[in-house]
Ligand binder design. Structure first.
Ligand code: AHR
Length: 499
């Protein structure tokens, strides 16, 4: 299998925004309790935050963290999570049939975010609540002082406002499972009036309206059109969510998940722009891809408790990821970067324990899952501008997506440091790909030294553990620079980073 790529520093797509490397912390299972927060753990600091987890969050290179949900937010009263910890109410979390102690809330999250040098992205409850509660939350977070709620924040120990810029107007409101699910016109009108009121407090907010829960929803596209008919002028971005899984042992289709995400983004851009044209608007809305990952939703780990069982922080959605899953996560990052002109932010869902790159054992170690590695490597290496990368490569057949390009790639280039990163995936299950990356367009700025790492190519169904860092990138010594570009061999079913 042979592939040729041309990379040209003049053909830019858009900047590599740090917001593309966001993640997500939901009050779900052991993401918060027993994940980022475990008082009494040997590595916990004075606030009960696990410093071993914080170290891995730093190494992962995540930027913005969406909070507090997810489905959870649609029944959440944010005020329950502030003030004296001993006096906070215990509540039923209907989304995950669990008991919420509220021991950890907004102020704890803001402190944790500051300590991990990440920026909070806040979701408001538009399931059981409306504009007033969103305004109250915004006042508590972003107003400096001199009002009831900003002064309450100060008396709770946070003198300076949190200045949270990105706000999600609800979560997956198209889904029948969502608390407060309603028709798109109704949700669109609610989101629009909430957004307009929020901007009266802070005109510089970035506001994200709910798009579809996934591209297989029967209303994918029509939901967005109807919501945007109400809210186009009031918001800045439309959310997209998508999870992938290997089904029925079909590795070929699973490895082509990036093709599906590509098509989804292109369709979504078309729907959003059509809504703009219909209103004669000159504003261009972005996509906030604020939930994406591999997630095996049919497995027992994703079954929520039932009946009288309302456990605190149960083990839920604790998927164990294989090397093949890591290759797919790397490919999805290639897709997200390629669309950097319209995908302005993205959040790997989620961060710890729950469909997560990081696992935290209760009282024990924290460790990296396989999917940690392509994310960390991409977040570190992708700098400057995304370059439009043309790949000439044969297609391979897949049962689910038809014929797909066997190799896909994207490049980033930072002019001031001369750092070029080429991210590549070989989706073929059987064949190695010999790839030539043509760099003639760089002229005398052509990078001379080359190094490459790969994930996959072998042990595709192995998972990591506290004792085995399976999926760690290995040095791909086939990469050679020859004055015109780089030649590299990609093993079957692998993801690579060439720098
Ligand atoms: O990330 C897990 C869940 O997936 C989120 O709560 C929800 O928004 C989505 O369906």
């Amino acid at each position: 299998l042979e592939a040729q790529l041309r990379v040209d520093p003049g053909f830019t797509v858009g900047p590599v925004r740090k917001e593309l490397f966001g993640s997500f912390v939901e009050h779900l299972g052991r993401c918060v309790y027993g994940g980022i927060y475990e008082p009494g753990h040997p590595a916990a600091d004075g606030d009960g935050f696990r410093t071993d987890v914080m170290d891995l969050v730093g190494e992962l290179g995540v930027s913005d963290i969406r909070y507090p949900g997810g489905n959870f937010v649609s029944g959440y009263r944010w005020e329950d999570g502030i003030g004296a910890p001993g006096q906070r109410p215990r509540r039923l979390d209907l989304a995950w049939h669990s008991l919420e102690t509220n021991e950890f809330g907004l102020d704890e999250f803001a402190r944790w975010a500051r300590r991990t040098r990440t920026d909070p992205v806040m979701a408001v409850n538009l399931g059981t609540r409306g504009a007033q509660e969103a305004l109250d939350l915004l006042e508590y977070c972003n107003v400096s002082s001199g009002t009831r709620l900003s002064d309450q924040r100060r008396s709770n120990g946070a003198e300076a406002p949190y200045r949270i810029r990105t706000w999600c107007l609800g979560n997956e409101m198209d889904g029948p499972w969502q608390i407060g699910h309603r028709p798109p016109q109704e949700y669109g009108a609610l989101a629009a009036r909430t957004a307009r009121a929020m901007r009266m407090i802070d005109p510089d907010l970035r506001l994200v309206v709910c798009g579809s829960s996934n591209s297989a929803m029967a209303t994918f596209g029509t939901w967005e059109s109807a919501v945007l008919a109400e809210a186009y002028d009031a918001v800045d971005a439309v959310s997209a969510h998508q999870y992938y899984a290997m089904e029925g042992g079909d590795l070929a289709s699973f490895l082509a998940s990036g093709v599906d995400m590509d098509r989804m983004i292109e369709r979504l851009v078309a729907v959003i722009d059509a809504a703009g044209v219909a209103r004669g608007s000159r504003r261009r809305l972005d996509i906030a891809f604020d939930e994406w990952n591999v997630w095996y939703q049919d497995r027992a780990e994703s079954r929520v408790p039932e009946g009288d069982d309302w456990p605190v922080a149960p083990r839920l959605l604790e998927d164990r990821y294989t090397v093949a899953d890591a290759v797919v996560v790397g490919d999805l990052l290639i897709t997200l970067l390629r669309h950097a002109d319209r995908v302005a932010s993205a959040n790997l869902a989620q961060l710890v324990n729950v469909i997560a790159p990081i696992v935290a054992e209760p009282g024990g170690p924290a460790w990296r899952q396989t999917i940690f590695h392509p994310f960390a490597a991409t977040s570190r290496a992708a700098r400057g501008e995304v370059l439009r990368t043309v790949v000439r490569v044969p297609t391979i057949p897949t049962p689910r997506y038809g014929d797909v390009p066997a190799v896909d790639a994207v490049a980033t280039w930072e002019e001031k440091t001369g750092a070029l990163a080429v991210l590549l995936v070989n989706r073929s299950v059987d064949d190695e790909a010999s790839v030539r990356v043509g760099l003639n367009a760089f002229g005398d700025r052509m990078p001379t030294a080359v190094s490459a790492v790969s994930v996959g190519g072998r042990d595709l169904d192995r998972t990591a553990s506290a004792d085995a860092d399976t999926g760690r990138p290995w040095a791909n010594r086939s990469a050679q620079a020859d004055g015109e570009g780089v030649a590299v061999a990609l093993p079957p079913a692998s993801w690579s980073l060439v720098e």
